[in-house]
Design a protein around this ligand. Structure first.
Ligand SMILES: [Zn+2]
Length: 252
């Protein structure tokens, strides 16, 4: 429960259907190995219907689509997570479309993010964005991560040792792309973070590379940010003087 906030009061705060980015913890904390759950899946769903993240102990990759919280597990399976599972890091919003792009294609990850960058320049690179891109993916490479046991390793080590990579062909599905502006780096991550879930709901994960055709993108432009901090001793005692930018970019 939140510090000094009654359950009923917290429900009222978080059930508002606003147009905010809701973030659980922060990227810098997560990179340092703070993988204890901060809120539950049911609490997250009350904060947003679209987004991405992970589960307690880095138990796979999270994709939130149409109000359902999916886990892309390290064994390659996709599971709908139970309401009482907990979440150490996530970013969600109540998605509403402000703009769209039709007939978008991409020859690789950088081509797609360059196209998204070009598009958001029209609306402002200092806003936050959540973009839902539905399309055909002739090739898509995703990763998931093995659930960690305590004492938790820093995330760079986890990604080096316990990352599972999957190469899929001829998938149709949705990429959830989240953009944070430069000044929010380390609070989250500057630039684009992509997770994928196919329409069959049996393949997905954190996107490492892709080719895409017949894409259509819906863009949600976001101007508000709400963050829930962990209340653990790990967080209370964490040292934030290290610059984590290069580590964040090495794993994302
Ligand atoms: Zn990810």
């Amino acid at each position: 429960m939140l510090l000094g906030v009654s359950a009923a009061h917290a429900e009222n705060i978080f059930l508002l259907k606003d147009d905010s980015m809701h973030q659980v913890s922060m990227m810098q904390t997560f990179m340092h190995g703070a993988y204890d759950g901060v809120i539950t899946v049911s609490h997250l769903k009350a904060n947003g219907d679209t987004g991405l993240g992970t589960f307690e102990g880095v138990n796979g990759e999270m994709i939130v689509l149409d109000g359902v919280v999916y886990q892309a597990a390290a064994d390659g399976s996709i599971n709908i997570m139970k309401d009482n599972e907990t979440i150490p890091f996530a970013t969600v919003t109540n998605f509403d479309e402000d703009a769209n792009i039709s007939n978008i294609s991409a020859k690789d990850f950088n081509d797609l993010t360059a196209k998204l960058d070009k598009e958001i320049k029209k609306y402002g690179v200092n806003n936050m964005y959540v973009v839902k891109i539905h399309g055909d993916f002739p090739d898509i490479t995703v990763r998931s991560v093995e659930k960690q046991e305590k004492p938790y390793k820093e995330f760079t080590e986890v990604a080096a040792v316990d990352q599972k990579v999957f190469n899929y062909t001829n998938q149709t599905g949705t990429v959830i792309a989240i953009y944070f502006p430069e000044y929010m780096n380390e609070l989250n991550m500057h630039g684009w973070h992509l997770h994928f879930l196919n329409d069959a709901k049996d393949k997905g994960g954190h996107v490492l590379n892709l080719t895409m055709k017949n894409g259509s993108a819906q863009i949600d432009e976001i101007h508000e940010f709400k963050m829930i901090l962990p209340t653990t001793d790990t967080f209370k005692n964490m040292n934030f003087t290290e610059n984590m930018t290069s580590k964040i970019h090495s794993v994302e």
